[in-house]
Design a protein around this ligand. Structure first.
Ligand code: UGA
Length: 453
């Protein structure tokens, strides 16, 4: 099929590359010429396992084109994916300006029946805005052209996005029941047929329910995390082990084991933004989403838990103290620093007078940018932050090691070398990577999230 993807950000690029990988002819359009230049010269602007390989393969086969040419790109695809950003507005609602600009471009240049697919995470009712925007543009051109708007939310996880796209749990397709909608539904079914393993994984529903499903999924997952974080803090108080509790409840198939890990709080570009956007949608309809208000409040507090444990141990004034930090990205296998708990923690340490040496396997460049922004008003604090190229280099002279992201390379370190390098054998682990009993045997003072028996 001929496909156009508007927006070569995270979602757009993965979608375009994966659809090209299975033989579709894909145009990826972006307004940013620098991004398109990078892609056209063989680079990939984001870190995502497996993505470069499939981009290179499809480009070499002539199935994947990157372009800033709006007219040619929109003429190309029978299916037009809108995969542009929906950043949060000041009130937490999703800003739809980019989505509607893409819809205007499509309306201005479309030249036959098109299926317009909302792939960006957009609030309930957005498909209707997209439809109205396209109709307006067609009206301006004096054209009567049929089209249909479909909602097809993505459920990709950063760090596993290619695999998630290629082997989806489910493919949600929201379409209208009119004739154009049925045509769109059939085409979407065909487009996604190669991704069905064992059984048909497409879930067809109305457009609004599809839009809602995306927010409901992320809100549910964020709720599980905040729930476990709250229980972990209580476990610390009562002297229980949250990891044993996780296994104890996860064995109930109605609960399941996944997404029950207590930690330093959830971050990234999706959960914080989508929880806020759903709260905001509730407010627009006069409904307070009390559970989600609490989910967000618990998460904000959870990002402070490590600093609270550190100040409890070392005192409020950390002047002259030095800390090693392992892990900066909001989770492993990505360089994404958006809403990463490391940002809250490191800023708090620096502002209390401490020095920090930080290491991350891939996020150091992104982290430099993030901290330059976060600490722009406090150059003295900023000057006490250094990045190191090797995880061991963060340790010498540090009063404690702090673990914020659960990269695989941190799971089994040389504990003897660790002990020798640190000023004192103290570890604050925001991801519960080690067994407390083993750490005690090794002579470490080991602070966890919810495992302080
Ligand atoms: C999330 C969803 O998992 C995807 O299904 C969804 O498509 C995506 O958002 C999106 O809306 O685009 P992602 O943000 O990439 O994916 O990352 P997750 O793996 O879900 O992790 C989110 C945060 O939760 C991370 O900070 C992680 O450390 C934290 N987390 C996750 C926990 O603290 N505990 C857990 O048990 C699981």
């Amino acid at each position: 099929m001929k496909i156009t993807i508007v927006g070569t950000g995270y979602v757009g690029l993965v979608t375009g590359a994966c659809l090209a990988e299975i033989g579709n002819d894909v145009f990826c359009l972006d307004v940013d010429p620098r991004k398109i230049d990078v892609l056209n010269s063989g680079g990939v602007p984001i870190h995502e396992p497996g993505l470069k390989e499939i981009i290179d393969r499809s480009r070499a086969a002539g199935r994947l084109t990157f372009s800033t040419d709006v007219v040619a790109s929109i003429a190309h695809g029978d299916v037009q994916f809108i995969a542009v950003g929906t950043p949060p507005s000041e009130d937490g609602s999703a800003d739809l300006n980019y989505v509607l600009a893409a819809a205007r471009d499509i309306g201005r240049h479309m030249n036959g029946f098109k299926i317009i697919v909302d792939k960006s995470t957009v609030p309930v009712g957005t498909a209707q805005h997209v439809r109205d925007t396209i109709s307006q543009e067609l009206g301006r051109r004096g054209m009567r052209q049929e089209f249909s708007v479909v909602s097809n939310p993505e459920f990709l996880k950063e760090g596993a996005a290619v695999d998630d796209f290629m082997r989806p749990d489910r493919i949600v397709i929201g379409s209208d029941s009119d004739e154009a909608g049925q045509r769109a539904r059939d085409m979407m079914k065909r487009l996604y047929a190669p991704f069905n393993r064992n059984h048909d994984r497409t879930l067809h529903m109305d457009v609004r329910s599809a839009e809602f499903t995306k927010y409901a999924a992320n809100a549910m997952l964020a709720t599980r995390i905040s729930f476990m974080n709250e229980l972990a803090n209580l476990a610390d108080s009562v002297g229980a082990d949250i990891e044993a509790v996780r296994r104890g409840i996860g064995s109930d198939p109605r609960i399941g084991y996944d997404f029950l890990y207590a930690g330093a709080g959830y971050g990234g570009s999706c959960f914080p933004k989508d929880v806020r956007a759903l709260i905001q949608t509730g407010a627009e309809y006069g409904r307070t989403l009390r559970i989600l208000d609490a989910v967000e409040a618990v998460n904000d507090a959870q990002k402070q838990v490590l600093i609270e444990k550190i100040t409890h141990r070392f005192g409020e004034d950390l002047t002259g103290r030095s800390f090693a930090v392992w892990g900066l990205a909001f989770k492993p296998n990505t360089d994404d620093m958006r809403e990463a708990p490391s940002r809250t923690l490191i800023a708090a340490l620096l502002q209390r007078g401490a020095s920090v040496k930080a290491y991350d396997p891939v996020a150091i460049d992104a982290a430099r940018g993030a901290f330059a922004l976060d600490l722009k008003d406090d150059p003295a604090a900023h000057s006490r932050l250094a990045f190191v190229k090797n995880q061991h280099d963060a340790l010498p002279g540090a009063d404690a090691l702090l673990i914020v992201t659960e990269w695989k390379a941190f799971k089994s370190p040389d504990f003897t070398a660790l002990k020798v390098a640190l000023n004192a054998p103290i570890v604050f682990d925001g991801r519960n990577l080690y067994e407390p009993a083993v750490m005690a045997d090794l002579g470490f003072e080991y602070h966890t999230i919810g495992r302080s028996l």
